[in-house]
Design a protein around this ligand. Structure first.
Ligand code: FAD
Length: 455
Protein backbone atom coordinates (compact mmCIF):
# COMPACT_ATOMS: atom_id res chain seq x y z
CA UNK A 1 0.00 0.00 0.00
CA UNK A 2 1.15 3.59 -0.62
CA UNK A 3 -0.94 6.02 1.37
CA UNK A 4 0.12 9.58 1.86
CA UNK A 5 -0.30 13.06 3.26
CA UNK A 6 1.33 16.46 2.83
CA UNK A 7 3.21 15.98 6.09
CA UNK A 8 3.96 12.83 8.07
CA UNK A 9 4.97 13.19 11.70
CA UNK A 10 6.95 10.25 13.11
CA UNK A 11 6.36 9.74 16.84
CA UNK A 12 3.27 10.54 18.90
CA UNK A 13 4.86 11.72 22.09
CA UNK A 14 3.95 15.26 23.17
CA UNK A 15 6.24 16.79 20.50
CA UNK A 16 4.75 14.84 17.60
CA UNK A 17 1.17 15.27 18.82
CA UNK A 18 1.64 19.03 19.17
CA UNK A 19 3.18 19.30 15.69
CA UNK A 20 0.38 17.23 14.10
CA UNK A 21 -2.32 19.21 15.89
CA UNK A 22 -0.89 22.56 14.85
CA UNK A 23 -0.66 21.43 11.20
CA UNK A 24 -4.15 19.93 11.26
CA UNK A 25 -5.51 23.18 12.72
CA UNK A 26 -3.98 25.07 9.77
CA UNK A 27 -5.79 22.77 7.34
CA UNK A 28 -2.72 20.72 6.41
CA UNK A 29 -3.22 17.08 5.40
CA UNK A 30 -1.13 15.42 8.14
CA UNK A 31 -0.68 11.91 9.53
CA UNK A 32 1.18 11.01 12.74
CA UNK A 33 2.74 7.53 12.88
CA UNK A 34 3.45 5.99 16.27
CA UNK A 35 5.41 2.79 16.91
CA UNK A 36 3.70 1.76 20.13
CA UNK A 37 0.09 0.76 20.72
CA UNK A 38 -0.33 3.92 22.79
CA UNK A 39 0.51 7.62 22.50
CA UNK A 40 2.46 9.77 24.94
CA UNK A 41 5.96 8.30 24.63
CA UNK A 42 7.86 9.23 27.79
CA UNK A 43 4.58 10.20 29.48
CA UNK A 44 2.25 7.42 30.52
CA UNK A 45 -0.49 7.29 33.12
CA UNK A 46 -1.52 3.99 34.66
CA UNK A 47 -4.01 2.99 37.34
CA UNK A 48 -2.16 1.86 40.47
CA UNK A 49 -4.05 1.03 43.67
CA UNK A 50 -7.19 2.33 41.96
CA UNK A 51 -5.85 5.81 41.19
CA UNK A 52 -4.01 7.43 38.26
CA UNK A 53 -0.21 7.63 38.58
CA UNK A 54 2.33 8.86 36.05
CA UNK A 55 4.99 6.28 35.20
CA UNK A 56 6.84 8.93 33.15
CA UNK A 57 6.80 12.75 33.15
CA UNK A 58 4.50 14.14 35.83
CA UNK A 59 5.41 17.55 37.28
CA UNK A 60 4.68 20.90 35.73
CA UNK A 61 5.55 24.39 36.94
CA UNK A 62 3.67 27.65 36.62
CA UNK A 63 6.23 28.57 33.91
CA UNK A 64 5.21 25.60 31.73
CA UNK A 65 2.52 27.66 30.02
CA UNK A 66 1.84 25.25 27.13
CA UNK A 67 1.22 22.39 29.55
CA UNK A 68 -0.96 24.59 31.73
CA UNK A 69 -2.92 25.83 28.70
CA UNK A 70 -3.57 22.24 27.58
CA UNK A 71 -4.70 21.27 31.08
CA UNK A 72 -7.12 24.17 31.01
CA UNK A 73 -8.36 23.35 27.51
CA UNK A 74 -8.99 19.70 28.44
CA UNK A 75 -10.47 20.54 31.85
CA UNK A 76 -7.66 18.73 33.71
CA UNK A 77 -7.17 19.84 37.33
CA UNK A 78 -3.71 20.31 38.83
CA UNK A 79 -2.65 20.34 42.48
CA UNK A 80 0.47 21.44 44.37
CA UNK A 81 3.09 18.78 45.12
CA UNK A 82 3.02 17.97 48.84
CA UNK A 83 6.17 19.31 50.51
CA UNK A 84 5.13 20.57 53.96
CA UNK A 85 7.15 19.17 56.85
CA UNK A 86 10.69 18.00 57.55
CA UNK A 87 12.90 17.00 54.63
CA UNK A 88 15.58 14.37 55.17
CA UNK A 89 19.16 14.67 53.98
CA UNK A 90 21.21 11.46 53.85
CA UNK A 91 24.76 12.66 53.40
CA UNK A 92 27.71 10.34 53.77
CA UNK A 93 25.58 7.90 55.72
CA UNK A 94 24.43 10.53 58.25
CA UNK A 95 20.82 11.72 58.48
CA UNK A 96 19.69 15.28 59.18
CA UNK A 97 16.40 17.11 58.67
CA UNK A 98 15.54 20.58 57.43
CA UNK A 99 12.31 22.48 56.81
CA UNK A 100 13.23 24.84 54.00
CA UNK A 101 14.68 24.19 50.57
CA UNK A 102 18.27 24.71 51.79
CA UNK A 103 19.52 21.84 54.01
CA UNK A 104 21.03 22.26 57.48
CA UNK A 105 24.77 22.43 56.81
CA UNK A 106 27.83 23.96 58.48
CA UNK A 107 28.33 27.70 57.92
CA UNK A 108 31.23 26.87 55.61
CA UNK A 109 29.12 24.51 53.47
CA UNK A 110 26.24 27.00 53.36
CA UNK A 111 28.65 29.67 52.16
CA UNK A 112 30.05 27.34 49.47
CA UNK A 113 26.52 26.36 48.46
CA UNK A 114 25.36 29.95 48.03
CA UNK A 115 28.56 30.75 46.10
CA UNK A 116 27.89 27.71 43.86
CA UNK A 117 24.32 28.80 43.18
CA UNK A 118 25.57 32.31 42.32
CA UNK A 119 28.29 30.95 40.02
CA UNK A 120 25.90 28.60 38.23
CA UNK A 121 23.45 31.48 37.86
CA UNK A 122 26.11 33.73 36.29
CA UNK A 123 27.28 30.93 34.00
CA UNK A 124 23.87 29.90 32.71
CA UNK A 125 23.01 33.50 31.80
CA UNK A 126 25.94 33.56 29.36
CA UNK A 127 24.40 30.76 27.23
CA UNK A 128 22.27 31.79 24.22
CA UNK A 129 19.40 29.29 24.15
CA UNK A 130 19.16 29.31 20.35
CA UNK A 131 22.91 28.82 19.88
CA UNK A 132 24.65 27.42 23.01
CA UNK A 133 27.77 26.70 20.90
CA UNK A 134 28.23 30.49 20.71
CA UNK A 135 28.54 30.86 24.49
CA UNK A 136 31.66 32.84 25.38
CA UNK A 137 34.25 30.23 26.37
CA UNK A 138 32.15 27.49 24.69
CA UNK A 139 35.12 25.35 23.60
CA UNK A 140 36.65 25.25 27.09
CA UNK A 141 33.34 24.61 28.80
CA UNK A 142 32.38 21.87 26.36
CA UNK A 143 35.74 20.19 26.99
CA UNK A 144 34.77 19.86 30.67
CA UNK A 145 32.31 17.46 32.25
CA UNK A 146 29.95 18.65 35.00
CA UNK A 147 32.30 16.87 37.45
CA UNK A 148 35.19 19.03 36.14
CA UNK A 149 32.99 22.12 36.40
CA UNK A 150 32.25 21.45 40.06
CA UNK A 151 36.01 21.26 40.68
CA UNK A 152 36.33 24.59 38.81
CA UNK A 153 33.63 26.03 41.07
CA UNK A 154 35.75 24.99 44.08
CA UNK A 155 33.01 22.96 45.76
CA UNK A 156 33.54 21.58 49.23
CA UNK A 157 33.04 17.82 49.57
CA UNK A 158 29.59 18.25 51.11
CA UNK A 159 28.34 20.65 48.45
CA UNK A 160 29.91 18.46 45.77
CA UNK A 161 27.83 15.53 46.99
CA UNK A 162 24.62 17.60 46.96
CA UNK A 163 25.48 18.84 43.48
CA UNK A 164 26.06 15.27 42.27
CA UNK A 165 22.68 14.16 43.64
CA UNK A 166 20.95 17.02 41.80
CA UNK A 167 22.65 16.14 38.50
CA UNK A 168 21.98 12.41 38.94
CA UNK A 169 18.27 13.01 39.65
CA UNK A 170 17.68 15.56 36.87
CA UNK A 171 19.49 13.69 34.08
CA UNK A 172 19.51 10.07 35.30
CA UNK A 173 23.24 10.32 34.56
CA UNK A 174 26.51 10.95 36.39
CA UNK A 175 28.26 14.36 36.43
CA UNK A 176 31.23 12.80 34.59
CA UNK A 177 28.94 11.93 31.66
CA UNK A 178 27.55 15.39 30.87
CA UNK A 179 29.22 18.37 29.20
CA UNK A 180 29.55 21.49 31.37
CA UNK A 181 28.39 23.60 28.41
CA UNK A 182 25.33 21.41 27.91
CA UNK A 183 24.62 21.63 31.65
CA UNK A 184 24.82 25.44 31.56
CA UNK A 185 22.46 25.44 28.56
CA UNK A 186 20.04 23.13 30.38
CA UNK A 187 20.08 25.36 33.47
CA UNK A 188 19.30 28.41 31.35
CA UNK A 189 16.59 26.58 29.44
CA UNK A 190 14.82 25.69 32.70
CA UNK A 191 15.34 29.00 34.54
CA UNK A 192 18.32 28.10 36.74
CA UNK A 193 19.50 25.42 39.16
CA UNK A 194 17.10 26.26 41.99
CA UNK A 195 14.05 26.22 39.73
CA UNK A 196 15.26 22.96 38.21
CA UNK A 197 15.55 21.07 41.48
CA UNK A 198 13.00 22.63 43.81
CA UNK A 199 9.35 21.87 44.41
CA UNK A 200 8.08 25.30 45.50
CA UNK A 201 8.34 27.68 42.51
CA UNK A 202 10.37 24.98 40.79
CA UNK A 203 9.96 22.32 38.11
CA UNK A 204 8.28 19.93 40.58
CA UNK A 205 5.62 22.45 41.63
CA UNK A 206 2.36 20.81 40.52
CA UNK A 207 0.84 17.53 39.35
CA UNK A 208 -2.07 16.80 37.07
CA UNK A 209 -4.78 15.08 39.12
CA UNK A 210 -5.73 12.66 36.33
CA UNK A 211 -2.05 12.21 35.41
CA UNK A 212 0.11 14.22 33.00
CA UNK A 213 -0.08 11.21 30.69
CA UNK A 214 -3.73 12.08 30.14
CA UNK A 215 -2.72 15.12 28.05
CA UNK A 216 -1.32 12.97 25.23
CA UNK A 217 -4.49 10.86 25.24
CA UNK A 218 -6.64 13.97 24.87
CA UNK A 219 -4.43 15.33 22.08
CA UNK A 220 -4.68 11.97 20.31
CA UNK A 221 -8.48 11.85 20.65
CA UNK A 222 -8.60 15.32 19.12
CA UNK A 223 -6.45 14.18 16.16
CA UNK A 224 -8.77 11.25 15.44
CA UNK A 225 -7.97 9.46 12.18
CA UNK A 226 -4.85 11.65 11.58
CA UNK A 227 -3.10 9.35 14.07
CA UNK A 228 -1.98 5.78 13.37
CA UNK A 229 -0.50 3.68 16.21
CA UNK A 230 1.29 0.29 16.07
CA UNK A 231 3.24 1.56 13.08
CA UNK A 232 7.00 1.82 13.61
CA UNK A 233 8.80 3.64 10.81
CA UNK A 234 11.82 1.53 9.82
CA UNK A 235 13.07 3.22 6.61
CA UNK A 236 12.95 6.73 5.21
CA UNK A 237 13.86 7.53 1.59
CA UNK A 238 14.12 11.30 1.20
CA UNK A 239 14.49 13.58 -1.82
CA UNK A 240 13.85 17.31 -2.19
CA UNK A 241 10.63 16.25 -3.97
CA UNK A 242 9.30 14.17 -1.09
CA UNK A 243 9.68 11.37 1.44
CA UNK A 244 8.81 7.65 1.44
CA UNK A 245 8.30 5.91 4.78
CA UNK A 246 8.77 2.16 5.12
CA UNK A 247 6.59 0.75 7.89
CA UNK A 248 5.47 -2.74 8.87
CA UNK A 249 2.11 -1.92 7.20
CA UNK A 250 3.55 -0.83 3.87
CA UNK A 251 4.90 2.38 2.39
CA UNK A 252 3.61 5.89 2.92
CA UNK A 253 4.57 9.12 1.19
CA UNK A 254 4.62 12.81 2.11
CA UNK A 255 6.07 16.09 0.85
CA UNK A 256 7.66 16.85 4.21
CA UNK A 257 8.38 14.95 7.44
CA UNK A 258 8.74 15.84 11.10
CA UNK A 259 10.76 13.36 13.15
CA UNK A 260 9.60 13.83 16.75
CA UNK A 261 11.81 11.17 18.33
CA UNK A 262 14.52 10.78 20.96
CA UNK A 263 17.96 10.94 19.22
CA UNK A 264 18.74 7.20 19.39
CA UNK A 265 15.29 6.28 18.00
CA UNK A 266 15.81 8.72 15.12
CA UNK A 267 19.18 7.09 14.41
CA UNK A 268 17.68 3.58 14.49
CA UNK A 269 15.72 4.38 11.29
CA UNK A 270 17.44 3.45 8.02
CA UNK A 271 17.82 6.52 5.77
CA UNK A 272 18.31 6.62 2.02
CA UNK A 273 20.40 8.57 1.25
CA UNK A 274 22.22 8.28 4.59
CA UNK A 275 21.95 11.30 6.93
CA UNK A 276 24.93 13.69 6.68
CA UNK A 277 27.85 12.47 8.86
CA UNK A 278 27.57 15.43 11.27
CA UNK A 279 23.86 14.76 11.89
CA UNK A 280 24.54 11.06 12.47
CA UNK A 281 27.39 11.88 14.86
CA UNK A 282 25.11 14.27 16.73
CA UNK A 283 22.27 11.75 17.14
CA UNK A 284 24.73 9.02 18.06
CA UNK A 285 26.56 11.21 20.58
CA UNK A 286 23.57 11.93 22.83
CA UNK A 287 23.46 9.77 25.97
CA UNK A 288 20.05 8.80 27.36
CA UNK A 289 19.74 8.89 31.14
CA UNK A 290 18.86 5.89 33.24
CA UNK A 291 15.77 6.35 35.42
CA UNK A 292 13.32 4.03 37.17
CA UNK A 293 10.39 5.26 39.22
CA UNK A 294 9.66 3.24 42.36
CA UNK A 295 6.13 3.68 43.79
CA UNK A 296 5.82 2.45 47.37
CA UNK A 297 2.18 2.38 48.51
CA UNK A 298 1.11 2.41 52.16
CA UNK A 299 -2.20 2.22 54.03
CA UNK A 300 -1.64 5.71 55.49
CA UNK A 301 0.60 8.78 55.11
CA UNK A 302 2.36 7.91 58.39
CA UNK A 303 5.35 10.13 57.52
CA UNK A 304 3.08 13.21 57.37
CA UNK A 305 1.70 12.35 60.84
CA UNK A 306 5.30 12.22 62.11
CA UNK A 307 6.02 15.69 60.66
CA UNK A 308 7.95 14.59 57.56
CA UNK A 309 7.29 15.96 54.09
CA UNK A 310 8.32 12.64 52.55
CA UNK A 311 11.19 14.28 50.65
CA UNK A 312 14.63 12.69 50.98
CA UNK A 313 17.89 13.55 49.23
CA UNK A 314 20.43 10.75 49.36
CA UNK A 315 24.10 10.94 48.35
CA UNK A 316 26.31 7.90 47.80
CA UNK A 317 28.31 7.45 51.04
CA UNK A 318 32.07 7.83 50.49
CA UNK A 319 33.75 4.50 49.89
CA UNK A 320 30.42 2.62 49.70
CA UNK A 321 30.66 -0.60 47.71
CA UNK A 322 26.87 -0.81 47.41
CA UNK A 323 25.04 2.52 46.95
CA UNK A 324 21.55 3.02 48.40
CA UNK A 325 19.00 2.31 45.61
CA UNK A 326 17.03 5.57 45.85
CA UNK A 327 18.63 8.97 45.20
CA UNK A 328 15.53 11.11 45.71
CA UNK A 329 12.23 10.34 47.43
CA UNK A 330 9.09 12.47 47.44
CA UNK A 331 5.50 12.22 48.67
CA UNK A 332 3.51 11.13 45.63
CA UNK A 333 0.14 10.50 47.26
CA UNK A 334 -3.03 11.39 45.38
CA UNK A 335 -4.30 14.97 45.85
CA UNK A 336 -6.84 13.78 48.46
CA UNK A 337 -4.15 11.60 50.15
CA UNK A 338 -6.53 8.62 49.89
CA UNK A 339 -3.81 6.63 48.11
CA UNK A 340 -0.66 7.24 50.19
CA UNK A 341 2.52 6.81 48.19
CA UNK A 342 6.23 7.54 48.44
CA UNK A 343 7.94 7.83 45.06
CA UNK A 344 11.65 6.98 44.84
CA UNK A 345 13.97 7.64 41.93
CA UNK A 346 16.48 4.92 41.06
CA UNK A 347 18.84 6.88 38.80
CA UNK A 348 22.34 7.12 37.35
CA UNK A 349 25.11 4.82 38.58
CA UNK A 350 23.25 3.58 41.71
CA UNK A 351 20.21 2.91 39.49
CA UNK A 352 22.29 0.93 37.01
CA UNK A 353 23.80 -1.10 39.87
CA UNK A 354 20.42 -1.99 41.34
CA UNK A 355 18.61 -2.76 38.08
CA UNK A 356 20.90 -5.74 37.59
CA UNK A 357 20.16 -7.16 41.08
CA UNK A 358 17.38 -9.72 41.75
CA UNK A 359 13.99 -8.10 42.41
CA UNK A 360 13.69 -9.47 45.97
CA UNK A 361 17.13 -8.14 46.95
CA UNK A 362 16.41 -4.76 45.36
CA UNK A 363 13.03 -4.38 47.06
CA UNK A 364 14.48 -5.36 50.44
CA UNK A 365 17.12 -2.63 50.01
CA UNK A 366 14.46 -0.06 49.03
CA UNK A 367 12.37 -0.86 52.10
CA UNK A 368 15.43 -0.82 54.38
CA UNK A 369 16.32 2.61 53.02
CA UNK A 370 12.81 3.98 53.70
CA UNK A 371 12.79 2.47 57.22
CA UNK A 372 16.05 4.34 57.96
CA UNK A 373 14.31 7.60 57.06
CA UNK A 374 10.76 7.17 58.33
CA UNK A 375 10.90 4.42 60.94
CA UNK A 376 9.37 0.92 61.27
CA UNK A 377 6.01 1.83 59.67
CA UNK A 378 7.86 2.09 56.35
CA UNK A 379 8.58 -1.64 56.56
CA UNK A 380 4.99 -2.58 55.66
CA UNK A 381 4.02 -1.25 52.23
CA UNK A 382 0.86 -2.60 50.66
CA UNK A 383 2.42 -2.61 47.19
CA UNK A 384 5.61 -1.68 45.33
CA UNK A 385 5.58 -0.85 41.62
CA UNK A 386 8.86 -0.27 39.78
CA UNK A 387 8.85 1.17 36.28
CA UNK A 388 12.28 1.07 34.65
CA UNK A 389 12.48 3.12 31.43
CA UNK A 390 15.76 1.45 30.44
CA UNK A 391 13.61 -1.59 29.51
CA UNK A 392 11.39 0.46 27.20
CA UNK A 393 12.25 -0.27 23.55
CA UNK A 394 10.99 3.08 22.23
CA UNK A 395 12.60 5.27 24.89
CA UNK A 396 15.69 3.23 25.87
CA UNK A 397 16.15 5.25 29.02
CA UNK A 398 14.91 8.52 30.46
CA UNK A 399 14.10 11.25 31.26
CA UNK A 400 16.24 13.00 28.65
CA UNK A 401 19.17 12.40 26.33
CA UNK A 402 22.03 14.75 27.32
CA UNK A 403 25.22 15.75 25.54
CA UNK A 404 28.58 14.42 26.74
CA UNK A 405 31.69 16.66 26.57
CA UNK A 406 32.58 17.82 23.06
CA UNK A 407 29.28 17.14 21.29
CA UNK A 408 27.69 20.58 21.51
CA UNK A 409 30.61 22.50 19.98
CA UNK A 410 31.30 19.82 17.36
CA UNK A 411 27.79 19.11 16.09
CA UNK A 412 25.27 21.03 18.24
CA UNK A 413 24.51 23.59 15.52
CA UNK A 414 22.93 20.78 13.43
CA UNK A 415 20.37 20.00 16.14
CA UNK A 416 17.39 21.80 14.61
CA UNK A 417 18.63 22.06 11.00
CA UNK A 418 16.40 20.30 8.46
CA UNK A 419 17.97 17.62 6.28
CA UNK A 420 16.21 18.26 2.95
CA UNK A 421 12.50 17.57 3.64
CA UNK A 422 13.20 16.09 7.11
CA UNK A 423 12.46 18.38 10.08
CA UNK A 424 13.31 17.59 13.68
CA UNK A 425 11.34 17.86 16.92
CA UNK A 426 11.44 16.22 20.35
CA UNK A 427 12.25 17.69 23.75
CA UNK A 428 16.00 17.30 23.10
CA UNK A 429 15.69 19.99 20.37
CA UNK A 430 13.83 22.53 22.54
CA UNK A 431 15.21 25.93 23.54
CA UNK A 432 12.80 26.48 26.45
CA UNK A 433 12.50 23.74 29.05
CA UNK A 434 14.63 21.30 27.08
CA UNK A 435 14.12 17.81 28.55
CA UNK A 436 10.66 18.60 29.91
CA UNK A 437 7.15 17.95 28.61
CA UNK A 438 6.93 21.69 28.03
CA UNK A 439 10.06 21.51 25.84
CA UNK A 440 8.51 18.68 23.82
CA UNK A 441 5.47 20.86 23.08
CA UNK A 442 7.68 23.84 22.19
CA UNK A 443 9.72 21.70 19.78
CA UNK A 444 6.55 20.41 18.10
CA UNK A 445 5.33 23.97 17.59
CA UNK A 446 8.67 25.05 16.15
CA UNK A 447 8.90 22.13 13.71
CA UNK A 448 5.28 22.66 12.58
CA UNK A 449 6.05 26.36 11.93
CA UNK A 450 9.08 25.41 9.82
CA UNK A 451 6.96 23.06 7.74
CA UNK A 452 4.06 25.52 7.39
CA UNK A 453 6.45 28.10 5.96
CA UNK A 454 7.37 25.63 3.20
CA UNK A 455 3.91 24.39 2.17
C1 FAD B 1 10.59 8.79 34.50
C2 FAD B 1 10.43 10.12 33.83
C3 FAD B 1 10.17 11.24 34.59
C4 FAD B 1 10.00 12.48 33.97
N1 FAD B 1 9.62 13.54 34.73
C5 FAD B 1 9.24 14.68 34.10
C6 FAD B 1 8.54 15.67 34.82
O1 FAD B 1 8.21 15.48 36.00
N2 FAD B 1 8.21 16.82 34.17
C7 FAD B 1 8.48 17.02 32.84
O2 FAD B 1 8.14 18.07 32.29
N3 FAD B 1 9.13 16.05 32.12
C8 FAD B 1 9.47 14.88 32.71
N4 FAD B 1 10.01 13.87 32.00
C9 FAD B 1 10.42 14.13 30.60
C10 FAD B 1 9.23 14.17 29.63
O3 FAD B 1 8.40 13.06 29.85
C11 FAD B 1 9.78 14.16 28.21
O4 FAD B 1 10.61 15.31 28.04
C12 FAD B 1 8.71 14.26 27.11
O5 FAD B 1 7.61 13.43 27.37
C13 FAD B 1 9.36 13.91 25.76
O6 FAD B 1 8.41 14.00 24.71
P1 FAD B 1 8.87 13.81 23.20
O7 FAD B 1 7.64 13.87 22.40
O8 FAD B 1 9.97 14.72 22.89
O9 FAD B 1 9.51 12.34 23.13
P2 FAD B 1 8.84 10.93 23.42
O10 FAD B 1 7.85 11.07 24.52
O11 FAD B 1 9.95 9.97 23.63
O12 FAD B 1 8.04 10.58 22.09
C14 FAD B 1 8.64 9.96 20.98
C15 FAD B 1 7.62 9.00 20.38
O13 FAD B 1 8.18 8.42 19.20
C16 FAD B 1 7.81 7.05 19.14
N5 FAD B 1 8.76 6.39 18.26
C17 FAD B 1 10.07 6.07 18.49
N6 FAD B 1 10.61 5.49 17.40
C18 FAD B 1 9.64 5.44 16.45
C19 FAD B 1 9.59 4.96 15.13
N7 FAD B 1 10.66 4.43 14.52
N8 FAD B 1 8.43 5.05 14.43
C20 FAD B 1 7.31 5.60 15.00
N9 FAD B 1 7.30 6.09 16.28
C21 FAD B 1 8.45 6.00 16.98
C22 FAD B 1 7.90 6.61 20.60
O14 FAD B 1 7.17 5.43 20.80
C23 FAD B 1 7.30 7.83 21.31
O15 FAD B 1 5.90 7.72 21.46
C24 FAD B 1 10.15 12.61 32.57
C25 FAD B 1 10.40 11.47 31.81
C26 FAD B 1 10.49 10.23 32.42
C27 FAD B 1 10.56 9.02 31.59
Amino acid sequence: MTAGADVIVVGAGLAGLMAARMLRDKGVDVIALEARDRVGGRTRVDTLQGAPFDLGGQWISSRHHRMRDLCEEFGLQTFPTHHAGKKVLDLDGRLSTHRHAIPSLSYWSLWVLSRTLAKSERLRRTVPLDAPWETPDAARLDGLSVADLSRDFGLSRTVQELFDVAVRTVFGAEPTEISALYFAFYLNSSGGLRRLIEIKDGAQERRVTAGAGEIAKRLAADLGSCLVTDTPVRRIAHRESGVLFGTSHGTMSARLAILALPPKQALAIEYEPELPPGKRALLDGFRMGSTAKVFVFYAECFWRDAGYSGEVTCAIPRGATTPPPLTWVVDNSTSDAKVPCLLGFRVGAPGRHWRSRPEAERRAAIIAQLVRYFGPKAASPIAIVEHDWDDDEWAAGCPVAAMPPGLMTQHGRLLRDAVGPLHWAGTETAEDFCGFMEGALESGERAASEVLALL
